[in-house]
Design a protein around this ligand. Structure first.
Ligand code: AMP
Ligand code: MG
Length: 351
């Protein structure tokens, strides 16, 4: 398949620029597009054949549901039933934006989109290209991250091209995804609202709107805890680089020493080594390729750069990657959730 790649600028978007992409979505084809979280791989969510193509292109397990993207808050009522009042409150505050709500699906949503579940994940993205595309297509757009299943999510068109060229119909290059981590997922189908996946919208932010929200206990799950996450996607190995990634946690000086010891010994054995550091610690790592996520105190920059760095180490075929650990509150919760999964929960505690 010949993949058409177009470049658009969200600031200067002309009405006709998305015509072909919108037509492709209407006719059951696959179009990758930027959102504020990561790049999405879109298809008509109510067309089960089109949804099926997404699973094929990504190599995604068929029980891993797709999030349905809408362009208007009212469209929530066309996809879901028994919508609780909390959903309207959350939509009011956080839409358009990086929040996905799980609601009971109605019969128009095919099981091939929801991975066989009676619930559906819905999001109204903030990115202008994404919203205009969905509105112009006039269909609801199922769009998981536009990466090969299991690899780090794509935050740039280049990442999508690497994974999806010749497998999908079109890629819209709209620049870097600004947030860089997938949406926060909130399940509103049970007695207590639950965060199934942490993201840019934090527990603290959600609590201001719906005070009794909780984390799904499986979120910071370690494999030995044997908890089954309610968001099916969270159970698969995810975001993983090719190399062996290990997280070091503990006192900063001790972490630097321990990483340097490992890095030196691997490098002397002829292995390639990568280090994920911060602006503050970068000068203290003499071995391997050192990449920084920005200041330790700038969580937004850490979130935005994480997948990019993992992919950069993939491009270099780095065999061993060592990362510092980050505080796991607020946005740090989402960062650590992705980093732990990427590392397959390999953590060395120095204390
Ligand atoms: P992705 O778009 O690649 O970030 O994946 C979407 C993720 O959303 C899935 O992996 C699931 O974990 C979650 N999800 C989507 N729909 C539902 C649903 N109906 N119930 C629970 N989790 C969902
Ligand atoms: Mg994904």
């Amino acid at each position: 398949m010949n993949t058409i790649i177009i470049k658009v600028d969200a600031e200067k978007l002309r009405a006709d620029e998305l015509d072909q992409a919108a037509e492709y979505l209407r006719s059951g084809r696959l179009v990758a597009f930027p959102t504020e979280t990561v790049y999405g791989l879109g298809a008509d969510a109510l067309d089960s054949k089109a949804a099926h193509k997404i699973y094929e292109a990504k190599g995604r397990p068929s029980d891993n549901p797709l999030i349905v993207h809408i362009a208007d808050v009212k469209d929530m009522e066309k996809l879901a039933v028994d919508i609780p009042e909390e959903a309207y409150r959350l939509a009011n505050v956080f839409w358009p934006g990086p929040l996905t709500m799980i609601l009971k699906k109605n019969e128009v949503v095919p099981y091939s989109t929801t991975g066989g579940l009676d619930t559906v994940g819905i999001r109204l993205p903030a990115n202008k290209i994404a919203r205009d595309l969905i509105a112009q297509a006039g269909v609801f757009v199922a769009a998981p991250s536009a990466n090969i299943s299991g690899k780090p999510s794509p935050t740039q068109a280049e990442h999508v091209i690497n994974d999806m060229k010749d497998k999908i119909d079109m890629i819209i290059d709209g620049g870097r995804a600004t947030l860089g981590l997938e949406s926060t997922i909130v399940d509103l189908t049970g007695p207590t609202p639950m965060i199934l996946r942490p993201g840019f919208i934090t527990l603290e932010m959600l609590e201001h709107v719906i005070p009794f929200i909780q984390y799904d206990p499986a979120i910071l799950m370690k494999p030995e805890m044997d908890l089954v996450p309610k968001a099916p996607g969270m159970k698969y190995r995810h975001y993983a680089p090719e190399g062996c990634l290990t997280i070091y946690e503990g006192d900063t000086k001790a972490v630097i020493k321990a990483i340097n010891r490992e890095a030196q010994s691997k490098q002397e054995a002829g292995e390639s080594v990568g280090i994920i550091a911060t602006e503050e610690t970068k000068p203290y790592y003499p071995y391997g390729t050192v990449k920084t996520l920005g200041s330790r105190w700038d969580e937004a920059s850490i979130a935005a750069g994480l997948y990019e760095i993992l992919r950069a180490f993939d491009d270099m075929h780095t065999a061993y990657i060592y990362s510092e650990s980050f505080a796991d509150n607020r946005l740090g919760q989402a960062i650590m959730n992705r980093l732990l999964k990427a590392a397959g929960y390999k953590v060395v505690n120095i204390d």
